[in-house]
Design a protein around this ligand. Structure first.
Ligand SMILES: CSC[C@H]1O[C@H](OP(=O)(O)O)[C@H](O)[C@@H]1O
Length: 357
């Protein structure tokens, strides 16, 4: 029995879409009903919706919502620009908008709304299938590791690339969920991933799925790897350049360095919608700088159980908040996509065909 996404992360409901509000997780599972372009853009920019593949799907549905308001070329272009401006690093957002534009531009304005809903749903459905394939390919590699050792396969993750970040079973976590579903013993070292602590979403997903795991601070990664307590590091990706250089949540690069220094395999898992063949290498990948207050402040349930935000550092503390970094291909041992597992240098063979023409 393969692992299935427990709760839909995005689903159409009439003339709206309903998404999980990830800013309330892992403490509260709540939903947001998105009815307009503005609400879709807000949800992406403020990370109510997050995770490269889910950002792409949400932008696609956001375009359909925009066309409910008006479907002429000027409005279509303005809506694409507004959604594209929400977050720069996850290429899935820009891939989805380009795919939607290629599908809609040739149509008459009157035919665009129905086609937009259909194309957005196709993107959602295809991402679900891509996650499942990544799970199968990755689980087979985890089984290879299991065959060489006693005890559970010990996986380290970074940030959250689980089912809440996608339209399906996840990317970096999909092999873990699939291996666990197949009865393969695994244990996951879950890095909290400051400053937004998306690792707490990973902890929640794994706990709900009954997968053994241990939550650790990001800075524990080095000693765990050096001690030989990690068999493989698996992360997601937000944008993978043609040579395999990978932009992912800040801190990924440091884990890749520690893994490389200790001979621990480092795998990146992502659907082909994360591949950016327009970027020859990682030197041009856009890195999002987010509000420094995300470094100074943190949110969580207070004594009364209500979500509160507290200041870890004074407002006067100068802070910087690069949200991603770039891991060079030389530090990556394998890239897992829906097409299979390859070395970074073999990505060209996985270049997807254009969706329309
Ligand atoms: C399958 S999620 C991929 C990727 O997206 C996350 O970034 P964010 O939480 O800012 O949306 C993280 O980098 C994941 O690895």
């Amino acid at each position: 029995m393969s692992f299935e996404q427990p709760v839909p992360t995005i689903v159409r409901d009439g003339d709206a879409v309903v998404v999980i509000d990830q800013t309330r997780l892992p403490h509260e599972l709540t939903f947001v009903r998105i009815e307009t372009l503005a609400q879709a853009a807000h949800a992406i920019a403020h990370m109510q919706v997050r995770g490269a593949p889910l950002i792409g799907a949400t932008a696609a549905f956001g375009l359909a919502l925009a066309l409910r308001e008006a479907s002429d070329d000027v409005h279509l272009d303005a809506a694409c620009a507004r959604l594209a401006a929400t977050r720069p690093t996850a290429v899935n957002l820009h891939w989805a908008l380009a795919r939607m534009r290629a599908r809609l531009t040739p149509l008459t304005p009157a035919a665009r709304l129905e086609a937009a809903w259909a194309e957005a749903e196709a993107i959602r459905r295809e991402d679900r299938a891509m996650c499942a394939a990544i799970g199968r390919h990755g689980a087979a590699r985890l089984a290879d590791i299991a065959a060489r050792r006693d005890g559970p396969v010990r996986v380290m993750t970074h940030c959250n690339a689980g089912w809440v970040a996608t339209c399906g079973a996840g990317t970096a976590l999909a092999p873990v969920f699939e291996a666990h579903a197949q009865g393969l013993p695994v244990h996951v070292w879950v890095s909290e991933t400051r400053p937004r602590n998306q690792g707490l979403l990973t902890e929640w997903e794994l706990r709900e799925a009954g997968v053994p795991h241990t939550l650790v601070v990001d800075n524990a990664a080095g000693i765990l790897i050096a001690r030989g307590e990690v068999d493989v590091v698996i992360t997601g990706a937000d944008r993978i350049a043609a040579n395999g250089d990978t932009a992912n949540k800040v801190g990924t690069y440091l884990k890749a360095l520690a893994a490389h220094d200790n001979g621990v395999p480092f795998w990146v898992a992502a659907p082909s919608s994360t591949l950016d063949f327009a970027a020859a290498d990682g030197t041009t990948l856009p890195i999002e700088d987010r509000d420094p207050d995300e470094v100074r402040r943190i949110a969580g349930p207070g004594e009364d159980g209500r979500i509160a935000t507290i200041a870890l550092a004074p407002a006067a503390a100068p802070a910087a908040n690069p949200a991603f970094d770039v891991t060079p291909a030389r530090l990556i041992d394998a890239i897992i996509t829906e097409a299979g597992v390859c070395a970074p240098g073999e990505l060209a063979a996985q270049r997807p065909e254009p969706a329309h023409g």
